[in-house]
Write a protein that binds this ligand. Structure first.
Ligand code: G6P
Length: 507
């Protein structure tokens, strides 16, 4: 009941705010992707996940444009136009930018991933990496900067074309420079947009940002200080941002209590809005035949044993290898689990054009192979890897785990930690890294581990596998309750409420 009330009041807040206001959503990856069907017609697929759906939901209230980088040739040929995604006659204007291949390469494959991603997930091995050389600088100057400027130009054009004041919602680390370029472009115009930028990944402290050369880090901080409301996943990320400005952005005046940085005659407000999942849609999917059809496959794989599961992008920050090492340690410390437990890793290929990701895939396969060679037998393969992108299959696996392992070395939020408990049917136990953003909300229902501590992770696995039914049920209930009361609608709603409370938008 409470949830429905909250949802309804969120929807009416969305409608109120957007009644007299145009909306521009901006992200690297668009909400849809096109390909060419038979006869040369373009057909599109809507991106998976609650975020796209929630943001698209906003578009239904007003004239909305979503600007993103083309991911396919077919995206690039799509002439920015209205797209009808719903059964009623509402539409969203989707506009793809198509930077030169070389510029995109520098922006995405050199600066955003890996440089910024690794930095913000504290993954550099500083005595050796990163090596910021001439080609990194070239990627910065001829990739990251121009692609960000291109976004700003497209947004500015749209703002000037809009008849109403515009709310711009920028997403993530690919677009750090957009706000400053946009302010510069609109300097002489009356129409100043409200800028909200949400950063989905962790924000480390100034000690770590100091790894970036001063020009790069100051350009990023300067640009983010042109935003009106800057959202982070956790309170700590927000505080780290303020600390970073205090230490590394000359002339910035910071106010920790108010969550504000004053810089170049402008205030940027800093808040945390932990992202979540679309609980309703996930439940519906979990009950669908598309998910049920995978059950026999998993019964076969598990073969009546207990199941430890992980579901991740193939991503070094997910700490997949230490997960296997912890499992190995478990089998050594507690041999009674041998042949009684299966570790299933569902791995989704990601960013394989970046060397670090390709190498990581090779390393994790070798690590799993070592455990299997050491402990496996003709009727027991301790670790099974399933590589590929198949969301219904992942949901089917989440329904049947006994233990879900989320041991990321660092993670903005980690939505698997929220999806798992919502669909699991075995009162499964969540083992959660203390460095995943999800810890802030889920701590009381999970077993918390320090991600580099393989020994403690092995002990946590043992604790979870041998936990009493009653305790499993209590924890699982608690997790469901925690996740349900703050789902993706709340994430969006809290951002809009903050805009109103801070007088950044008139209602
Ligand atoms: C993270 C980032 C997103 C990104 C996603 C997938 O969740 O915060 O911005 O879109 O990973 O990564 P990809 O590089 O494939 O878009």
């Amino acid at each position: 009941m409470k949830n429905n009330t909250t949802k309804n009041s969120c929807r009416s807040l969305e409608a109120d705010i957007l009644a007299n206001r145009a909306l521009i959503l901006v992200s690297n990856r668009g909400p849809v992707s096109f390909d060419v069907a038979e006869k040369g017609n373009l057909q599109f697929r809507i991106g998976e996940g609650g975020l796209v759906k929630a943001l698209l939901g906003l578009c239904r209230h007003t004239a909305a444009t979503w600007i993103a980088c083309a991911q396919t040739d077919a995206d690039a040929t799509w002439q920015a136009d209205q797209l009808a995604l719903w059964e009623d006659d509402s539409t969203v204007h989707v506009r793809f930018l198509a930077p030169e291949a070389e510029a995109y390469e520098g922006y995405y494959n050199v600066i955003a991933n890996p440089l910024l991603w690794f930095l913000q997930h504290s993954m550099w091995d500083v005595p050796r990496t990163p090596v910021i050389n001439r080609s990194t600088w070239q990627a910065w100057e001829q990739g990251y900067i121009p692609v960000n400027r291109m976004f700003a130009e497209a947004i500015a054009g749209q703002i000037l074309a809009n008849e109403q004041p515009t709310l711009v919602m920028l997403q993530d680390y690919h677009l750090y420079l957009v706000a400053r370029f946009l302010r510069d472009q609109l300097e002489d115009h009356e129409q100043q947009p409200t800028l909200l930028h949400f950063i989905h990944i962790p924000w480390p402290g100034p000690e770590y940002w100091r790894i970036l050369p001063p020009t790069m880090r100051q350009t990023i901080l300067d640009a983010l200080c042109a935003v009106d409301l800057l959202g982070f996943q956790t309170r700590e990320d927000g505080l780290n941002f303020i600390r970073t400005c205090e230490s590394l952005l000359p002339h910035a005046e910071v106010d920790f209590k108010r969550g504000r940085v004053w810089y170049r005659n402008h205030a940027v407000h800093i808040r945390d809005f932990p992202i979540s999942i679309d609980v309703e849609a996930l439940r519906e999917l979990a009950g669908s035949p598309g998910v049920a059809m995978y059950r026999p496959e998993f019964q076969g794989i598990i073969g009546g044993r207990q199941l430890i599961l992980r579901v991740d992008r193939i991503e070094p920050s997910k700490n997949i290898i230490r997960g296997f090492q912890a499992f190995e340690e478990l089998l050594e410390l507690y041999p009674e689990h041998q042949d009684r437990v299966k570790f299933l890793a569902i791995l989704v290929p990601s960013r394989l054009d970046v060397d670090e990701y390709q190498n990581y895939l090779d390393e994790l396969m070798a690590a799993a192979g070592r455990v299997n060679a050491r402990y496996g037998s003709s009727n027991w393969e301790p670790i099974r890897l399933l590589v590929g992108e198949d969301y219904p299959r992942a949901v089917a696996a989440l329904q049947v785990y006994d233990v879900l392992l989320v041991n990321a070395v660092d993670d903005g939020m980690n939505l698997v930690a929220k999806e798992g408990p919502m669909v699991n049917q075995h009162q499964g136990v969540l083992i959660l890294s203390e460095r995943a953003g999800a810890r802030q909300q889920l701590e009381s229902g999970a077993i918390i581990i320090s991600p580099c501590d393989v020994y403690a992770t092995a002990e946590a696995l043992h604790q979870a596998l041998t936990m009493s039914e009653a305790e499993r049920a209590t924890r699982a209930d608690r997790l469901r309750w925690l996740i349900e009361r703050e789902d993706i609608t709340a994430w969006l709603c809290h951002q809009l409420e903050a805009l109103v409370e801070l007088n950044l938008i008139e209602q």
